[in-house]
Design a protein around this ligand. Structure first.
Ligand SMILES: Nc1ncnc2c1ncn2[C@@H]1O[C@H](COP(=O)(O)OP(=O)(O)OP(=O)(O)O)[C@@H](O)[C@H]1O
Length: 819
């Protein structure tokens, strides 16, 4: 049988206990008032009678007489306090069963004992001591405790005051009454009454004023209405001044409420409707010439959209979640009304209109409560949605949808993009494709924890580029210290050099890009153009006559007097030591007529996957090389994309951040990481697997999006298509240098002693802005072999260029960064 558990307050024991207290209290009281020593039997030790007398007069019989006798003997007049206490407990427990008596036990003892002592010390006697045959008015307790102990210690006055304090305090604790507060309230009563009266009068005056103003407003409205009706030839309405006009008529004249569009449910994840135009299966190359023999890949190499993945959302489910959000806010006193619901590939955005006077910050502060109510793993609140008057609550979809590269490349937006280097990034919550222009960015940073979708994002950027550019129009430098991520691209004809995986060689590759950039600027200066776009579209000499004239102009170009770098090797022994040093250490200046002006220049895109690995090897050099490229390379058509899974301030340094304005953040571990990447919080609330935040260059607006998903198989097909048409054509100058620096005694152990010398040589190079064996020999008093070895080590580590006969070594890094 099921047992119903009773609430403790309704337990019968409480009532029984209170009745017992009431009973004992009453009996004691009756015994005390009807007490007569003659009722006490003679065998009782406290009895004053030699023998028992006839009839017992006590209301509670002999027992009552014995109890009363004992009580008077011990407590004297305080026996009545004991009876009152028992009756009080009984009554209080009956009214409030939860009352705890045990916690009051000590106060009860204090109350009775102090009462007995006071009874003894009071100047007048409360009892007829002779009749009752007791030691004093406070019984033995009063006599010994009050009359002897306390009186001896504190004197009569002192003891009385102490006892009064104990007595009053026990009474306050026992009864829970606050006599002092009550006295204060009574004393304050007149002033409180006066204050209340004044407030009531002021409220009445305000109400009168409000009514007068309202009457005035209605009068004005009535007059306006009469005027309009008279104009329209209608008899005026008979209304008394101040009388409200029928609401329907009044509405005609009232201010129009701002009209809001009906809330809608927008499901942006549905596949786009079939296009009317004839469907292309591949792009035309973005640049105009030079790839007659090169075919851009067709869309068929990419996976089609998985239609099973594109289920329509259930509107009732979406509305129910929106209701939960509205209810939850309502529970916290925030009134909002329904706005649009937009379902994106990963998240759904529920919009709400806050009522007038609601601070949007309050909605943000309820983020956790909304997450709890909607049972969402993570939510994000946009308060308000940039450019709208609504607040957006973004909640993850139970089922994510993939955004395929094919659907983005086939989209009208991508097809018609005006971008010079369009890259497909993903879709925002409204289903709008996000297409960046690498040429305008001009450099990008992609960061997020491991497994968040960075590599997929980099792959989709590379793939979007491969769909629009031939190797003649765009070249890649890929730097991949993680070794595995980019091997798939090694056969790509677009590569300037094979994928650079050795961190030691990275500086050489970056240095080549800097040289290329400087060379391009020299060419622009010579041809009178400002950037790669105008260079590639400049008018070419067409006729033979024009070509001849151009050649003749070149032939008569005056030789520059300073040709610092001798073209012929010079025998160093034939020169004096000063001359030799001078010749060997002069930095090479490119002569104008050495510049070979190409017909066209390809864009160069440098991709660095895992900046942190590079920053570990040579932070100052890597940072300064990246800074130089990112500061200047835009006009030269050189762009950089840097990825890292370590968004720390010592990896993404201030210098790098300042020059890389376009940021893509995937999920990160903390708000701190998010701030390093985006300069604000938010990325820590992303869901991983391609959920990203994108800050387009030049804006402070962040776009939340689902990144494009491109699989390794798709990438393999696209790369195979490109490599099947053309062999990799590496830049010889850099390729050889990289290979050379990779061979020989590179891995040979460098002793600590040599390391010290390397540092000293770098210092010499920094001071002298030159690097040569003889310089090190002279400045550091080294033998030739030692100096030459240190120079070799510096070459292997990418500080100086390769030796070319007697020519001075080129310094490849910004040595001032070593300060
Ligand atoms: N846009 C996307 N849509 C759907 N799933 C994705 C997307 N991007 C990534 N993923 C999923 O997340 C996994 C990890 O992605 P990815 O390899 O790009 O992470 P990562 O950040 O590069 O990690 P690591 O730093 O370890 O290389 C992928 O295998 C894929 O399953």
């Amino acid at each position: 049988m099921a047992r119903t558990q009773e609430a403790p307050s309704s337990h019968p024991l409480h009532e029984v206990l209170s009745l017992v207290f009431l009973g004992i209290g009453t009996l004691l009281y009756l015994a005390l008032i009807s007490y007569s020593p003659s009722d006490v039997p003679s065998w009782f030790p406290l009895s004053s009678q030699a023998a028992a007398r006839g009839a017992v007069l006590n209301f509670v019989g002999r027992t009552g007489a014995i109890v009363a006798c004992s009580s008077y003997a011990f407590l004297g007049a305080a026996s009545y306090l004991l009876a009152a206490l028992l009756l009080g407990y009984g009554g209080a427990k009956l009214l409030n069963p939860e009352l705890r008596l045990t916690s009051r036990a000590w106060w009860s003892v204090g109350f009775i004992l102090s009462g007995a002592c006071l009874a003894h010390l009071l100047p007048w006697s409360l009892l007829d001591m002779e009749r009752l045959n007791i030691a004093g008015p406070g019984g033995w307790v009063g006599k010994w405790l009050g009359g002897m102990l306390l009186k001896n210690m504190l004197g009569t006055v002192g003891s009385t005051i102490v006892l009064l304090v104990i007595y009053a305090s026990s009474l306050i604790f026992l009864t829970g009454l606050h006599p002092i507060a009550a006295a204060r309230q009574i004393a304050n009563w007149p002033s409180v009454y006066l204050e209340k009266r004044r407030a009531r009068k002021m409220a009445e005056a305000d109400e009168k004023e409000r009514l007068a103003l309202e009457a005035e407003r209605l009068d004005r409205q009535r007059k306006k209405l009469e005027k309009t009706l008279t104009k329209k030839g209608v008899a005026p309405i008979e209304t008394e001044p101040g009388e409200p006009i029928a609401p329907a008529v009044a509405e005609l004249f009232s201010e129009p409420e701002p009209t809001r569009p009906e809330p809608q449910i927008i499901d942006s994840t549905l596949p786009p409707p079939p296009r009317r135009k004839e469907k292309k299966d591949k792009f035309q190359p973005l640049t105009s010439v030079s790839c007659e023999n090169y075919e851009l890949p067709s869309f068929d190499l990419l996976d089609p959209v998985d239609m099973g993945d594109r289920q329509t959302a259930d509107p009732t489910e979406l509305l129910a979640i929106q209701d939960t959000v509205i209810d939850t806010l309502g529970q916290f006193g925030i009134s909002v009304s329904r706005g649009d619901i937009t379902r994106g590939p990963t998240i759904t955005r529920y919009e709400v209109y806050p009522a007038k006077g609601v601070r949007v910050d309050k909605i943000v502060s309820l983020e956790r409560d909304i997450a709890r109510a909607t049972r969402a793993e993570r939510i994000n609140i946009l308060a308000p949605i940039p450019g709208k008057d609504t607040v957006g609550i973004e909640i993850a979809n139970s089922k994510k949808q993939k955004v395929t590269l094919r659907e983005l490349l086939e989209s009208e937006d991508f097809q018609n993009a005006k971008a010079k280097i369009p890259i497909a990034l993903g879709k925002d919550v409204y289903g709008k494709t996000i297409i960046g222009d690498l040429a305008a960015m001009p450099h990008g940073l992609v960061a997020g924890t491991t497994g968040s979708g960075k590599s997929v994002c980099i792959n989709s950027i590379i793939a979007s580029i491969l769909y629009r550019f031939s190797p003649e129009d765009l070249r890649f430098i890929m730097i991949d210290p993680k070794v595995v991520e980019m091997q798939i691209y090694n056969t790509l004809p677009h590569l300037v050099v094979p994928v650079v995986t050795d961190p030691k060689k990275v500086l050489l590759a970056l240095r080549w890009a800097i040289d290329e950039m400087e060379k391009r600027y020299a060419i622009f200066a010579k041809t009178g153009v400002r950037n790669i776009g105008s260079f590639n579209s400049r008018p070419m000499p067409k006729s033979q006559a024009e070509l001849d004239a151009a050649a003749a102009a070149k032939a008569v170009a005056p030789e520059l007097p300073l040709d610092a770098a001798p073209t012929e090797p010079v025998d160093p022994e034939s020169l004096s030591s000063e001359e030799r040093i001078e010749k060997m250490t002069t930095i090479k200046v490119q002569r104008d007529n050495e510049l070979i002006i190409p017909d066209r220049m390809p864009y160069i895109v440098i991709i660095v996957d895992e900046l942190a690995d590079l920053m570990q090897t040579a932070p100052a050099d890597v940072e300064s090389a990246i800074a130089r490229i990112t500061q200047k390379a835009r006009a030269a058509g050189i762009h950089m994309i840097i990825a890292t899974q370590t968004p720390r301030a010592d990896v993404i340094t201030g210098v790098i951040k300042a020059n890389v304005p376009c940021r893509v953040a995937f999920q990160v571990a903390s708000a701190l990481d998010s701030r390093v990447i985006l300069d604000e919080n938010g990325a820590e609330r992303l869901l991983g697997q391609g959920d990203m935040m994108y800050r387009p260059p030049g804006t402070s607006r962040l776009i939340r999006a689902q990144g494009v998903l491109v699989t390794d198989e798709e990438i393999r097909q696209v790369v195979e298509h490109a490599s099947g048409q053309s062999e990799p054509a590496f830049e010889n100058s850099i390729h050889e240098r990289l290979q050379n620096s990779g061979s020989g005694d590179e891995d040979e152990e460098v002793s600590d002693e040599d390391e010290e010398l390397v540092d000293k040589c770098i210092e010499v190079m920094r001071q002298e802005k030159k690097a040569s064996t003889s310089l090190f020999q002279r400045r550091l008093r080294l033998g030739y072999t030692r100096a030459a070895r240190i120079l070799d080590i510096l070459e292997q580590r990418g500080y100086v260029g390769a030796g070319e006969g007697a020519k001075p070594r080129e310094i490849l890094v910004d040595l001032d960064a070593f300060d």
